[in-house]
Design a protein around this ligand. Sequence first.
Ligand code: GDP
Ligand code: IMO
Ligand code: MG
Length: 428
Amino acid sequence: MAVDVILGLQWGDEGKGKIVDVLAPNYDIVARFQGGPNAGHTLKFDGNKFVLHTIPSGVFRADLINLIGNGVVIDPITLEKEMQNLDKVGVDYKNRLLVSKKAHLIMPTHRYLDAAKEAAKGKEKIGSTLRGIGPTYMDKTGRNGLRIGDITTPHFKQKYQSLKDKHLGLMKLYPAIDFDLEAEEAKWLESLKNLTSLPFVDGEYFLNDAIKSGKKVLAEGAQGSMLDIDFGTYPFVTSSNTITAGVCTGLGIAPSQIGEVIGISKAYCTRVGAGPFPTELNDEVGEFLRKEGAEFGATTGRPRRCGWIDIPQLKYTIMLNGVTQIVITKIDVLDKFDTLQVGTAYEVNGEKTSALPYDLCGYEVKAVYEAQAGWKTDLTQVQSYEDLPDNAKSYIQHLEQLLEVPISIVSVGPNRKQLVYKENTVAV
Ligand code: GDP
Ligand code: IMO
Ligand code: MG
């Protein structure tokens, strides 16, 4: 089993980028399997901070191949900016960053439509990142989409024009919004030149050949399992399959190739955008978590909604993903609390349950909590699991018992080096 997976178990921003960067040296290839520039994966090391939106988080590790898989949707403008940021610090990625020919292109009119649709929804809006994700995946499943491999074909301009015309027709359904299509289109067409400087590959052959020759692959997820198009808090979700199943369709890998599934969860919980969040704290405690955790979106800068860790929610996503090990991030954000709360069950319409109801949006859901003692110690400099204070160990062990999956790594700060491996780490 040559493919391990890293994905988010909550509503995104769990710290996936950091953990991919940390574990990447154990692999030959890192491959993003879904999502697009709605993602923002933050990496911190050597005094630098990088936010990656499309480029896999293995790009800073020398010699490692990074593949943008067929399940990803690509905006060439964002990709060019990301590449320029790498150029600035002298990262040599040119022959190590590959793009699947079957990945779909985000057009300026996809972003235009995304913005118009959200504006028309008013109070019902999803809180999309407005990166054109929904409209691009709609064109993909509607069998109209433009793919990376089309760029080099003679009919590309014509295909682009006819899809653009279709989008402009659709725009008539929505109230007018402010969007400089001409300027965006000029930038987009220009950025295609940069995109074509990268090798376009048949990602599915590339990966399966690599696997046959003994190479190890790390699949990098974007968003979180609660934003999955099928199993998330629909309709407040993204437009792709963010769960392990998405690795197979998003990269062309058979299920039998999947090995470790490393689920990432914060030691508490956040969500950005609209939609249900049973353990949300709309009070000064939530505000404190936001401040301590610097909980502002890596892509849009929006404040993230904050709350306690939610066990039924995590057990649900562990089940969907077949998680074999968990990484707990941002435990240091809880350093100053006397007491912590762990959401262990829900009360749905007055009845206690540990299952997620069909539609979290449609029910009165109240979280039931269990208190845990805090540790009131700065964890950011701790370098081994043994050196964690007893109450922090108890918190981790309690989560492990409740979740019934081993916790292999605990992250104690944003830097690449700020983490501890727990004794029972499952080898990757
Ligand atoms: P991703 O989308 O899952 O990769 O996560 P983001 O990058 O959007 O958000 C995670 C944020 O938390 C980033 O600002 C990281 O630098 C930061 N971060 C990651 N791990 C830790 C940690 O253990 N402690 C603290 N304090 N910050 C962390
Ligand atoms: P990473 O990979 C957190 C949320 C948006 C919105 C909903 C739909 O950094 O964890 P979309 O732009 O996909 O139409 O937005 O999904 N969302 C994310 N939230 N982290 C992300 O990615 C997200 N990508 C999308 O806020 O609620
Ligand atoms: Mg993020």
